[in-house]
Write a protein that binds this ligand. Sequence first.
Ligand code: PSV
Ligand code: MN
Length: 422
Amino acid sequence: MLIDSNKIALHNEDLIKSHTNKLVFTASEIGETESIIQKLIDFQIAIPSWALGTGGTRFGRFPGGGEPRSLEQKIEDVGILHALTQTAGAVSLHIPWDVPEDYNAIKQLASSLDIKFDAVNSNTFQDQKNAKESYKYGSLSNTSEAVRQQAIQHNLDVINIGNKLGSKSLTVWLADGSCFPGQNNFQTALQNTENSLKDIYKALPNDWKMLIEYKPYEPNFYSTVIQDWGTSFMLANACGEKAYSLVDLGHHLPNSNIEQIVSILMLKGKLGGFHFNDSKYGDDDLTVGSIKPYALFLIFNELVYGMQNNPQNPDLAWMIDASHNIKDPLEDLIQSLEAIQEAYAKALLVDQNELKSAQQENDVVKCQEVLQAAYRTDVRPLLQEARLKIGAAINPLQAYRSLNVREELIKERGKHTVATGL
Ligand code: PSV
Ligand code: MN
């Protein structure tokens, strides 16, 4: 299904009057708006190929119909999101869930929808059909040389696939670890992982990055080899200058100070990628900003500070890594995109000079006031104006519903379709 730009224009016509009134008010409150609006326009977030279907838990899955069954259909869904928001101009493929059959056709389809290929993700956490070796006891860390070689080779294949599509980074997330004390020798597991990553790194094209994702637990429940940012940072340093850490918001133990982690990694020039989601308990993969919007704002405050003050840190690969158990995946992604932009816009509003001088004077109360003044500002008119300027819908969720997108997709693809992925 393609979104007709005339229909978006009609939707905008209906909303423009009330939008303009709100924008005038917001502009009178915050002064200069143009630079924030431009930054919002430039901020593109990749959609993972596995997030377009209804997710599930090990207890059940409740698909809502019209789910994409092929990579083509997944890219079409990203096209829908991008047409409505102009913020989702990239897709991140998970291999082997989404290996292109016809590279030219896939590239053409993506470019016709103005979608780029962001990081490619390897998968050594599941055994693949006809694979010789099993990842039951780990992949890059495995005690068996043959298993490690198979996992290394898989990552090289993923780089190759990404290269054909124009991707420029490889994301490695390992499930490797142990479920019981004594099962693993921690030092051997880490050393094997470092050596394997170095082998992958050697094959990385010069203009590529390797993003190393960490996570404290799950699927292993006693130890995880790359459990935290420190381990990821250490491995990235051991591999070389093209290797970076990747922060996934759900990959921290409760109450971790994620904004501080972000800030330190950027200071050291080693934050390469970012996965957005939200959580209450663990890696819940909920809609961005649905549980802890203030924490998201504080994280963005550090990201903005880093983007403005840390030229040693590269541009980041932004991606939503969420699952949608009970919502329409596309509606959920639209909500996440909106929450990301909102937190970003609020962080851009923080008066950095005022904050700095309040910090200098140890005026703790003022520091909090500066942050919260930005956080409490309603920036939605800025988001809407950014969308209006580039031909997106003023209210993407409302447009999605009034255009009956899900109903159309069900008509096209059927009620009982299940997307590949987790
Ligand atoms: C692991 O929990 C993770 O965050 C990694 O990014 C995976 O590639 C992704 O989720 C999908 O399983
Ligand atoms: Mn992730």
